[in-house]
Design a binder for this molecule. Structure first.
Ligand SMILES: *[C@@H]1O[C@H](CO)[C@@H](O)[C@H](O)[C@H]1NC(C)=O
Ligand SMILES: *[C@@H]1O[C@H](CO)[C@@H](O)[C@H](O)[C@H]1NC(C)=O
Ligand SMILES: *[C@@H]1O[C@H](CO)[C@@H](O)[C@H](O)[C@H]1NC(C)=O
Length: 285
């Protein structure tokens, strides 16, 4: 009788017990999306992310940051956070009027969206100088380098015109420059340090099996569910004895609300090959 054996390996990142720095590149990004409905109606949505984990929300009415993790303030003082909050709020109020005022010149058509991303990366515990980019309708328009805005090639002549106008705001350019070379990298390192226990935790998955919809006569779809693991890198494979089974289908890595991950791996087998294989039939996804 043939039997299938499931061997599960969760490859977890090393570290944890020493003063290890983070092993990979982690990026911190603030995203501000402005939706321009018409000349009088604009809506802002802001959030901040550490890779795929949202660390901050934002109340667009009051301009207040919403700290989603107990460590979301990093090591910044309330004064410094308030200062950044003010900058961000002022930008969110003032910048839309620049677009509204140049609608015809820049050939913008309501409704449209402008997205801003500002962030920096940490690699092996060293933070890089930050970056800032603006996109129009989801495609790159311009990026901030050194002390000024530069048009993206795909932005065409519109990008050049927008840069020219934005570069006239010298005070803002200096503030942005400081944010990118100083505040962002410093905040990111403080944030990684404050959130270390959470970010470097290791959570083992639970795994269970079920049968998926039959792929055809005499065939079975075996589904392995791997749920609740952290960090994200994971190695899951259907094995028979020592042999990896070809034809394993890997699903998308899906997030749980608690920041852990879920993955499905399915295998299409002949029904008789699966005979004798048992799995908990009463479990549900
Ligand atoms: C602007 O858009 C908003 C939301 O779609 C709408 O309620 C409002 O009537 C519009 N105003 C004008 C002047 O078109
Ligand atoms: C950045 O700007 C400063 C001041 O304008 C200039 O001196 C410096 O050469 C620039 N650096 C780069 C890499 O463009
Ligand atoms: C926060 O931590 C970073 C990295 O360790 C450090 O450079 C910075 O001085 C600390 N304090 C503040 C207020 O940024």
């Amino acid at each position: 009788m043939l039997f299938l054996q499931l061997v599960l390996f969760a490859v977890l990142l090393p570290g944890g017990d020493s003063e290890d720095d983070f092993q990979e590149t982690i990026s911190f990004q603030i995203i501000l999306t402005t939706s321009f409905y018409n000349r009088s109606q604009t809506q802002n949505q802001g959030s901040a992310w550490l890779d795929e984990l949202q660390t901050h929300g934002w109340d667009s009415k009051t301009g207040a940051f919403i700290y989603l993790q107990p460590w979301s303030k990093g090591n910044f003082s309330n004064e410094e956070l308030t200062e950044v909050e003010k900058l961000f709020y002022t930008y969110s109020i003032r910048s839309p009027s620049v677009y509204h005022n140049h609608v015809t010149e820049w050939q913008l058509e309501y409704p449209f969206q402008v997205q801003l991303v500002l962030g920096c990366d940490s690699h092996f515990g060293e933070a890089s100088v930050g970056f800032m980019r603006i996109a129009y309708q989801g495609s790159d328009l311009m990026s901030f380098q050194n002390t000024s805005w530069w048009p993206s090639p795909e932005g065409g002549s519109r990008a050049q015109q927008v840069c020219t106008v934005f570069n006239q705001y010298h005070v803002s350019s200096e503030i942005v420059h400081k944010l990118l070379i100083d505040s962002c990298p410093r905040f990111l390192l403080g944030l990684l340090n404050a959130g270390k226990a959470y970010l470097q935790r290791q959570v083992r998955p639970e795994a269970w099996l079920s049968a998926g919809p039959s792929p055809g006569p005499g065939r079975l779809l075996l589904v392995c569910h791997v749920s609740g693991f952290y960090p994200k890198p994971v190695w899951v494979m259907w094995m028979r004895g020592e042999q990896k089974q070809r034809g394993t289908q890997r699903g998308d890595l899906l997030p749980h609300a608690d920041g852990t991950w879920y993955l499905q791996m399915s295998l299409d087998v002949k029904a008789r090959e699966a005979a004798g294989l048992s799995w908990p039939r009463d479990t549900a996804v």
